[in-house]
Write a protein that binds this ligand. Structure first.
Ligand code: HEC
Ligand code: HEC
Length: 238
């Protein structure tokens, strides 16, 4: 009888744990902090073999719908599933070498080997969301946004529908979180800030031609388009 009770108890604990795990993506999305990143990275030691293990700490932020970062301002963590593998690798390398200064992503990228970067980039790049996009963007821009897009010929690099860049190391923008696009564009303008900024010759020169209000209008437009990016949710039972 005692044995049965013990078994029942163990079972109910297991159920409660499974339930708690199933509920992990909290409805009130917590803030992404360096501490959370550090805690996440402890779960996935460097040198872990499977791609699931390598990406485990990424999923903690990039795999939770609605997950918010709190720095440099509150915005949604960018979608990386379905982004071009070459661009993901280029971005991770830029965090690693300091061209992108975002402190959390820097410390995460610094912990990745070249092989990790390649494997993780290929994995996220392979997450097609099944959408077949037309060559034209899914929504026409208004007159103001049309003028802004023409001023810097955004489509000439990011593609007519902003999801078919001319080079795989350039990002897809359509459907990306608008608040993230805005933060990214402002980062290209930022100078002499040790914690905020992106050194990129091309986008730096472009972003500096626009006011923040104009960058916001561009971001809202691109974020509203249908795109190939998605959030691959955290597997419930690992
Ligand atoms: C603590 C939360 C957190 C974790 C964990 C995390 N990221 Fe990020 N990631 C972010 C935030 C916030 C940004 C936006 C940074 C910026 O503004 O440049 C970002 C940006 C990126 C970008 C650039 C996206 C773009 O469109 O330019 C890539 C690629 C990326 N992360 C990959 C990863 C990978 C791979 C991992 C796991 C090895 C990971 N991240 C783990 C929060 C996180
Ligand atoms: C000459 C080519 C070129 C043109 C024109 C161009 N871009 Fe870019 N864009 C790039 C490249 C290359 C990157 C990646 C830079 C990096 O590695 O940080 C980029 C990055 C971005 C990002 C960051 C995306 C992310 O996921 O972090 C945004 C947003 C963006 N561009 C928007 C625009 C907008 C809006 C315009 C027009 C006003 C524009 N770009 C014009 C080449 C271009």
């Amino acid at each position: 009888m005692n044995k049965l009770l013990t078994t029942l108890f163990a079972l109910s604990v297991a159920c409660a744990t499974a339930l708690a795990q199933a509920q992990t993506p909290a409805p009130t999305a917590p803030a992404a902090t360096p501490e959370a990143a550090a805690a996440a990275s402890r779960q996935a030691p460097a040198g872990a073999k499977s791609i699931e293990a390598k990406a485990a700490m990424c999923i903690g932020c990039h795999g939770i719908p609605g997950y918010q970062a709190s720095f440099p301002e509150v915005h949604k963590v960018p979608m990386i599933s379905g982004q071009s593998a070459k661009y993901i690798a280029a971005a991770l390398t830029a965090y690693k070498n300091g061209d992108r200064k975002h402190p959390t992503m820097r410390s995460i990228a610094e912990g990745l080997s070249e092989q990790d970067v390649t494997d993780i980039a290929n994995w996220y790049g392979s997450h097609a969301n099944g959408k077949q996009l037309a060559d034209k963007p899914s929504r026409e821009p208004n007159a103001q946004v049309t003028a802004l897009l023409n001023k810097a010929a955004c489509a000439s690099c990011h593609g007519a529908n902003f999801s078919k860049p001319i080079d795989p190391s350039y990002p897809k923008l359509s459907g990306q979180h608008a608040d993230y696009l805005f933060v990214a564009l402002k980062a290209y303008k930022s100078e002499n800030n040790p914690a905020v900024g992106r050194n990129n010759g091309v986008m730096g020169a472009i972003a500096k031609q626009f006011s923040n209000a104009e960058l916001k209008a561009l971001s809202n437009y691109m974020g509203s388009l249908e795109g190939e990016l998605s959030i691959k949710p955290e597997p419930r039972f690992r």
